[in-house]
Design a binder for this molecule. Structure first.
Ligand code: ADP
Ligand code: MG
Length: 461
């Protein structure tokens, strides 16, 4: 007999999550049922293996966090696949009762698919991030080719290798692909892959535990060091010194370093000059949002790996509506795959439009074009539209340009990356900087806000 029952916590967690997540997301992913409890876990029935995988990836930690807040206890969430689909074979219950309580069946079990040659996994790298599933397109071909060269010949030409760009554009994937390939090529080399945050925390712990030499030895003796999201180092002064010495040690002995960052290193504020110059020393590549053809190629590859059969017109519709980044493209496919799993129906254009309605809406720009905004600003300040989008840096032009970017950010849904492209192929950080600048000016002189509102009024009428 099972004496544990955490169903009240579960019900409350679901109630709260239904308020916190958007309705569409909640109804799509939380079509799941409480099954039973054990001493330290809650067992949940889900409709399919696909669903189980996605929940584990996307929501498990969120649910567990919520359960911890509610119960004060670290409860694990375990998913079992419900129903008579093929997947249940590896969870096959002998009868209903054993299905509910048999702990053994609830252990994580690998999916029994025949595997092509066993690849040895590096403990800090994900095998989801390889070159073989990295689609090379207009936005990343230089970066990807350099990355392949580095994996095959680390520490020689491009050191360090700095990959930068906005969210979801494939920085982590590319960095880990280098690690995976290098690990395959040189299994005896010491490769370390960390996020900048993990790296910093480890440093703080080492100081705290007075175990600094172990930390130093670990990082200064690697053959390849991969550090994700180095913008995290901003403002961490003590650590920046340590990073500087690690960098020099590795650089001097020809060890490969790869970094990712959400902007060019030159735009990292609160970073010591000497460290910034180190990050910039080797090869810098930026990842841009993919163009239409690349978006189609990415969608095709990803749909195939999800075993999702999509008509061309559906691919086209997604590629036209979602232009931001690869992560957003992926999430449309995962939503469609969930629909197929749950309903057993196939995807037509009408179905896709309906199921993806919320996602598409999120990316729909308010009915104002950038040109329209630029024209209104140019009328107001009596400068030409070409100058606003152009390269001139005189004060007379830069100010209206910043105002135009500010307004575009206020009244459209374009991302800073997209706005950068619209405003004469500038970097997204230039847009961020402009918006910040105007915000500061408004604080100093609130009448500027009135001017901006007047221009917005002109745009809308
Ligand atoms: P970033 O680190 O830049 O925020 P990620 O590397 O996490 O972005 O990429 C987001 C998602 O998009 C990941 O699931 C990744 O596998 C996928 N992805 C990014 N670029 C590509 C690409 N060129 N081909 C295939 N998948 C990609
Ligand atoms: Mg990343």
């Amino acid at each position: 007999m099972n004496t544990w029952d955490y169903s009240v916590f579960w019900d409350e967690a679901m109630r709260q999550l239904s308020e916190e997540l958007n309705t569409h997301e909640f109804s799509m992913w939380f079509n799941i049922l409480y099954d039973s409890s054990t001493q330290d876990s809650i067992i949940i029935k889900v409709p399919s293996l696909f669903y189980k995988d996605q929940l584990e990836k996307k929501y498990r930690s969120l649910i567990e966090k919520k359960l911890f807040e509610l119960s004060g206890k670290k409860l694990l969430v375990k998913f079992i696949v419900n129903g008579n689909t093929a997947e249940t074979s590896f969870h096959k219950p002998t009868n209903e009762k054993t299905m509910e309580t048999n702990e053994k069946l609830l252990q994580e079990q690998p999916i029994q698919t025949p595997k092509t040659p066993q690849v040895k996994k590096h403990p800090q790298l994900s095998l989801n991030y390889t070159f073989s599933n990295y689609v090379i397109g207009d936005n990343n071909s230089f970066a990807a080719n350099a990355a392949i060269a580095i994996a095959n010949n680390p520490g020689s030409a491009y050191n360090p290798f700095l990959i930068y760009g906005g969210v979801g554009l494939g920085k982590t994937h590319l960095m880990q692909a280098i690690g995976n390939k290098a690990y395959e090529n040189f299994p005896n080399k010491k490769i370390i892959c960390v996020t900048a945050e993990e790296f910093t925390n480890e440093y703080i712990n080492a100081i705290h535990n007075k175990d600094f030499s172990a930390f130093k030895n670990k990082y200064r003796s690697v053959d390849m060091l991969l550090v994700d999201d180095i913008h995290f180092f901003e403002n961490k002064e003590g650590f920046q010194d340590e990073m500087f010495y690690t960098f020099n040690a590795l650089y001097d002995s020809g060890k490969q370093m790869v970094f990712t960052c959400d902007r060019p290193a030159s735009e990292l504020k609160n970073l010591t000059d000497r460290l910034r110059s180190r990050f910039e020393r080797g090869l810098k590549v930026d990842l841009q949002p993919p163009n239409y053809e690349t978006r189609i190629a990415i969608l095709k590859t990803k749909a195939e790996s999800l075993k999702l059969n999509l008509p061309q017109e559906v691919l086209d519709s997604i590629a036209r509506n979602v232009a931001t980044n690869i992560r957003d493209l992926e999430s449309t496919l995962i939503t469609l795959a969930a629909y197929v799993e749950i309903t057993g129906k196939s995807i037509t254009l009408d179905v896709a439009k309906d199921v993806l309605k919320d996602i598409f809406n999120q990316f729909r720009h308010v009915n104002v074009s950038i040109d329209h905004i630029v024209r209104a600003v140019s009328d107001y300040f009596k400068v030409s539209t070409n100058d606003i989008k152009g390269k001139k840096r005189s004060k007379k032009i830069v100010f209206p340009r910043q105002i135009a970017m500010y307004i575009a950010r206020e009244i459209t849904e374009y991302s800073t990356t997209e706005l950068g492209i619209e405003f004469g192929g500038r970097d997204h950080t230039t847009v961020m900087h402009s918006v910040q600048k105007i915000d500061e000016l408004i604080k100093l002189d609130p009448s500027l806000k009135t001017i901006i509102e007047r221009i917005i009024q002109n745009i809308k009428t």
